[in-house]
Design a protein around this ligand. Structure first.
Ligand code: B1M
Length: 211
């Protein structure tokens, strides 16, 4: 019952209700993965379909994505509490320079968190130098880069090259993904992996760093 109410509130873009129902569902011991997989993701997929079919427009998409972020923050607190006592694999996540899309990237973050990893989310429009700086500072085992625009895809090989030049590439696994990114592109630019969606991204990290 909670799941369908959360999904409906998300579609309506009602952040307050999504947060309230998510917190209540967690209190009633709904597993966070279930809330994510059976409420947030189907509702967001629905929004994507309606947008493509011109049934709704950008303001509605933005309201729904804000509502999902509100709910994700509550889920993320829960996931983080679950991994606090482990020594987790550290993963840096970010959307590349020039790209403001963050919904898919945030899904990737949360799915990776569910695998028991510590995720450092650098946000959107992350310049190459900031990726390099963050890898040097946080010493992650993996970097996950997202791009949703064909025009921002070149920032991925640029970042990989900059990491190589800075001597930071060897001990780092690099995963790329996002709408226009393909497996072939990932191979061409020298990434270690490609994932089609957030779940596969998390599975890839878990395969790379089994524990
Ligand atoms: Co933009 N946008 N947008 N947009 N937008 C797309 C991406 C687009 C496909 C729409 C279209 O034309 N049909 C198109 C890109 C075309 C292209 O280049 N191939 C596009 C465009 C052109 C633009 C602008 C240029 C529009 C303009 O201003 N003329 C502009 C660019 C701004 C910029 O970034 N500089 C723009 C702006 C925006 C908004 C700001 C209005 C808003 C973003 C709000 C936000 O993120 N906070 C927005 C939105 C919402 C979309 C659509 C409608 C939805 C994207 C989304 O969040 N989907 C999108 C059309 C569409 O996809 N139907 C569109 C839901 C999300 C769960 O899916 O992000 O694809 P997605 O993530 C998926 C996978 O891609 C994958 O996993 C997720 C699912 O599990 N994935 C990874 C993502 N990152 C991954 C990383 C991984 C692995 C998997 O490993 C590291």
């Amino acid at each position: 019952m909670y799941l369908s109410r959360i999904a409906a509130s998300l579609r309506e873009g009602d952040t307050g209700e999504v947060r309230r129902l998510t917190a209540e569902a967690l209190e009633r011991r709904y597993p966070p993965e279930r809330i994510l997989n059976q409420a947030f993701i189907p509702a967001m997929e629905d929004i994507g379909k309606k947008f493509r079919g011109s049934e709704i427009f950008i303001p509605e998409v933005l309201r729904a994505s804000r509502a999902m972020h509100g709910g994700i923050r509550i889920l993320q607190d829960k996931f983080l509490r679950q991994v606090r006592d482990k020594k987790p694999v550290r993963v840096l996540v970010g959307t590349v320079a020039g790209d403001l899309h963050d919904i898919g990237k945030n899904l990737v973050s949360i799915f990776i968190t569910t695998k028991g990893c510590e995720v450092i989310n650098l946000g959107i429009d992350v310049p190459t130098e900031e990726f390099v700086w963050a890898v040097r500072k946080h010493k992650p085992q993996a970097l996950a880069m997202s791009a949703l625009l064909t025009t921002t895809m070149p920032a991925m090989p640029e970042t990989i090259l900059a990491l190589q030049k800075a001597g930071l590439r060897d001990n780092l696994k690099i995963l790329v993904g996002g709408g226009p990114v393909t497996k072939q592109f990932a191979e061409e630019i020298g990434a270690d992996g490609y994932a089609y969606d957030a779940k596969l991204a998390a599975d890839w990290i878990a395969d790379m760093f089994p524990f």
